[in-house]
Design a protein around this ligand. Structure first.
Ligand code: PRP
Ligand code: URA
Length: 209
């Protein structure tokens, strides 16, 4: 059975999500907010990363201290809009690997169009964090996860800022094994497949296109 999304409810996060929704927020502030939102969401979404002990010496004494196990996680950007979240995630997990998946929605059919894939060779053996601000129909994330599973990946979770119930159902049907972290659960999709109340087109708002 499909699991429920994990809704991250911190007040700072909710505050920033409200600002990012505002249609008058310009691209430079939009990207800054997406960056901050991503880092707040990763606090929850990275809780199960594996630690290992390393010998270090503080100014006081030698200790065995926890550090991220290697190889570290792989951050997966579902482009284009995922790239803003990717850069934010790399700031706090600088040793992470990176995977870019190029996918856009056909404006008429809403089907996912796949145009690019680039990943580390050992991706199947690593923990993956997929980032994409929007989960609308879920066609894009379902396609991205299918591409990763076809390459042997098992351990992954998806981080989205906004999600629609329709997309969450579709994702849970297609990939019930993949946990999804969301910043806010919106009410529905409109007739053009946009999330309502949403924030509009995340790629366009990020890059002023
Ligand atoms: C946006 C968004 C998601 C997708 C969500 O990308 O970043 O990838 O739409 O919609 P879905 O759940 O219905 O698939 P878009 O297609 O606008 O591509 P872009 O980021 O390259 O502009
Ligand atoms: N993609 C977006 O960028 N926004 C939506 O509302 C739906 C899909």
């Amino acid at each position: 059975m499909a699991s429920d999304p994990i809704v991250v409810t911190h007040p700072l996060l909710q505050h920033k999500i409200s600002l990012v929704r505002d249609k008058d927020t310009p691209p430079i502030i939009f990207r800054m907010l997406v960056r901050e939102i991503t880092q707040l969401m990763l606090f929850d979404a990275t809780r199960d990363l594996t630690l290992t002990d390393r010998d270090i010496e503080t100014p006081m004494q030698k200790i065995s201290a926890p550090v991220l196990a290697e190889p570290g996680p792989v951050l997966v950007s579902i482009m284009r809009a995922g790239n803003v979240m990717l850069d934010a995630a790399l700031e706090i997990i600088p040793t992470a690997g990176v995977c870019h998946i190029g996918i856009y929605r056909d404006r008429d059919t809403l089907e996912a169009v796949e145009y690019y894939f680039n990943a580390p060779d050992d991706i199947a053996d690593r923990a993956l964090l997929l980032v994409d601000p929007m989960l609308a129909t879920a066609n894009s994330s379902v396609a991205a996860i299918s591409q990763l599973k076809a390459r042997g990946v098992i351990d992954m979770r998806l981080v989205c800022i906004l999600a629609a119930p329709e997309g969450l159902r579709a994702l849970a049907d297609a990939h019930p094994d993949v946990p999804v972290y969301v910043g806010a659960l919106d009410t529905h999709l409109n007739e053009k497949g946009y999330i309502v109340p949403g924030l509009g087109d995340a790629g366009d708002r990020s890059y002023a296109t």
